[in-house]
Write a protein that binds this ligand. Sequence first.
Ligand SMILES: [Zn+2]
Length: 301
Amino acid sequence: MPLHIVHHPDYDANFPADHRFPMGKYRALMEALQGRGLIVPETLHQPMLLPASSLRLAHDPAYVDQVITYAVPPAIEREIGFAVVERVSRRAQLATGGTLLAAQLALEHGVACNTAGGSHHARRAQGAGFCTLNDVAVAGWALLAERLVRRVLVVDLDVHQGDGTADIFRGEPRAFTFSMHAERNFPVRKIASSLDIALPDKTGDADYLERLRAVLPELDARARPDIVFYNAGVDPHLNDRLGRLALSSDGLRERDRTVMGFFRERGIPLFGVIGGGYSTDLAELAARHAILFETAAEFAR
Ligand SMILES: [Zn+2]
């Protein structure tokens, strides 16, 4: 069975090519996945916009209203890094719907991936750091609210700390948040996850994978998850513009295989979101993000 993949053409909000956020990567990723034979009509899914009531599970009602009416205050837009105009709001809402759809597909088929998502700096009250809505937190709350799962685990391996996800799930015993990130990277003020591992600059493949392998049994024991939300940000790559770590592409592949193998061996559904990745070379960046899908395809059956 091919991998179930969630995608929407409007994930790309059409930023100018020189924008700090590489918006073109969504289109480039789809082209990379098509080139690898991973896009199959029967297992390609398109998300819909979620009702505002779903977004309010994770975000303050006032902020949800601001996002869906394109009325986010300029001060918050500055923290996000772009204006939340209609196209941007739509892409954030679609990516959130896509992450929830990927979660539902994972519950049904074991593994699935969204070609967007991982907007982990969006906190309950507002967006920040290129993140408008926290798709993983919305999806997690939606699954819990509908009692589709009893407990969720977020494994966030984006190079930046998952402060927004930690904020939104803070104090919730059914959600366990884990972030392994570069200590000296954004955000400056981190919000404690259920468990954080802060790595020194220039951490390479061997040390990174050793820390990861060592912590997975602890995550499983403490979280006892019915589903794993995996943020497979590729910004720990040594050539990433914003990362401070030094993983190779093979290291990223081994990282993804390690996480997926661990939870799939235990029969726990898992789905991936692409998270961060920053490069002016979109083909190179798309190839890094494609690693998640290539690896997940090994586990799809
Ligand atoms: Zn990141």
